[in-house]
Design a binder for this molecule. Structure first.
Ligand SMILES: *Cc1c(COP(=O)(O)O)cnc(C)c1O
Length: 389
């Protein structure tokens, strides 16, 4: 039997990544120093973005985006139930009220038609939607053109939780370029496209928002005499708004700079793994492979395979057990957020509220997808999946 252990995702770290980190560990700066700005400039250049603020993790980035966009108690912010806890939690952090819109059957991202229905229903109840957070599920960009035109029509802000979609594109333009959203958030968690251990970034097109993000990342403190009430000396700083300590370290950013040079290679590898899986699974009636809209470039953070367990004699639990005996450790993305006990109790969501997301959850299995998987690994994994069914 194959002795390797396969998980649904993991980091790919080479010697040059390690050397880049060690070099910074020997320098004068450990926490926020010169490499933070270097990483931000490299991200902007690589992704065609105007401004980037790197932070301690993607969740912090989502939180800061809501703060600088002015979300507060009483505001209504909509997102997808098919996402990680962090997306919805970031709405709660700002004091705003979270609500959900069901996903589209094929992209697994927020459904723009249902979004418009929801906005109309809110307006009938005299509730205004402040913002929408779209989640580019598995790396497939949302239908941002449709969401943006709704944003213009009904006047709401757009945030792109692109934590699955670094390198994802619409009509050959990267999501981080902020063509659609006011803020685009990335994560550099080890299972994501590139890693800094923990880490994240917020991209914007607005100089004003970017300045606010950088102040808010570090306690809300400012030292620029042009914005201070007075200047008592070189030690002096002022705080005008509440901020946080969401800084990232220089040695993490050194890892980020080194990893970013490999982004293209990583994305190419993820795409060819997806093509391999598509090819072996597409004709199997028990399975549903992810579809890709012709106008987008999928970033394949995940390979979400749907298994029609409802027609099979085995449960997902048994399927997972059989695969894990073969050292294949899959995951399910995600338990729908509205069914989390906290969201049910505090906001009154219940089973049946978002049936497309709930059915998708019941079938979804995220199978191994990361750049280090070789052809031999993939044939082993694919036949183990078929055998286990
Ligand atoms: C990874 C992820 C985040 C942020 O996660 P961090 O671990 O805080 O970097 C947010 N949203 C989604 C959809 C994610 O997958």
């Amino acid at each position: 039997m194959n002795k390797k252990i396969y998980s649904y995702g993991r980091q790919t770290i080479d010697n040059d990544d390690i050397e880049a980190v060690v070099e910074v560990l020997r320098s004068d700066w450990l926490t926020q120093g010169p490499i933070v700005g270097q990483f931000e400039r490299a991200l902007c250049e690589r992704l065609g973005a105007r401004y980037a603020t790197v932070v301690s993790n993607g969740t912090a980035g989502l939180h800061l985006a809501g703060i600088v966009l002015g979300w507060k108690e009483g505001d209504l912010v909509l997102t997808s139930p098919m996402t990680f806890l962090a997306t919805a939690n970031s709405i709660v952090y700002s004091g705003a009220t979270p609500d959900f819109v069901d996903i589209d059957k094929t992209s697994y991202c927020i459904d723009p038609e249902k979004l418009e229905d929801k906005i109309k229903a809110c307006r009938r109840k005299k509730k205004k939607v402040k913002a929408v957070i779209g989640v580019d599920y598995a790396g497939h960009p949302c239908d941002w053109r449709a969401i943006k035109s709704l944003g213009t029509k009904y006047d709401f802000q757009l945030v792109d939780d692109a934590c699955h979609a670094l390198g994802g594109m619409i009509k050959r333009k990267s999501l981080a370029s902020c063509e659609y959203a006011d803020a685009v958030i990335s994560s550099f968690h080890p299972v994501k496209h590139i890693t800094t251990g923990e880490g994240g970034a917020v991209f914007t097109h607005s100089r004003d928002l970017d300045a606010k993000l950088k102040i808010c990342r570090s306690h809300g403190s400012v030292r620029d005499p042009r914005v201070m009430e007075k200047d008592e000396g070189p030690w002096y700083y002022e705080m005008h708004n509440i901020g946080f300590n969401y800084r990232i370290t220089d040695f993490q950013c050194a890892l980020g700079v080194s990893q970013l040079t490999k982004l293209k290679k990583f994305l190419d590898r993820r795409r060819s793994i997806a093509h391999f899986y598509d090819h072996v699974f597409e004709s199997d009636r028990r399975l549903i492979i992810p579809e890709v809209d012709g106008s987008v470039v999928h970033a394949y953070h995940l390979y979400p395979l749907q298994v029609r367990f409802e027609d099979l004699s085995i449960s997902r639990k048994v399927f997972f057990k059989r695969l894990s005996r073969k050292n294949i450790h899959c995951q399910v993305h995600y338990c729908p957020v509205h069914l989390q006990p906290y969201y049910k109790k505090r906001f009154g969501f219940k089973e049946g509220d978002y049936p497309i997301a709930e059915r998708f959850y019941s079938r979804e299995v995220s199978i191994p997808m990361h750049p280090a998987l070789k052809r031999g690994d993939l044939t082993y994994i694919a036949s183990a999946i078929i055998d286990s069914l």
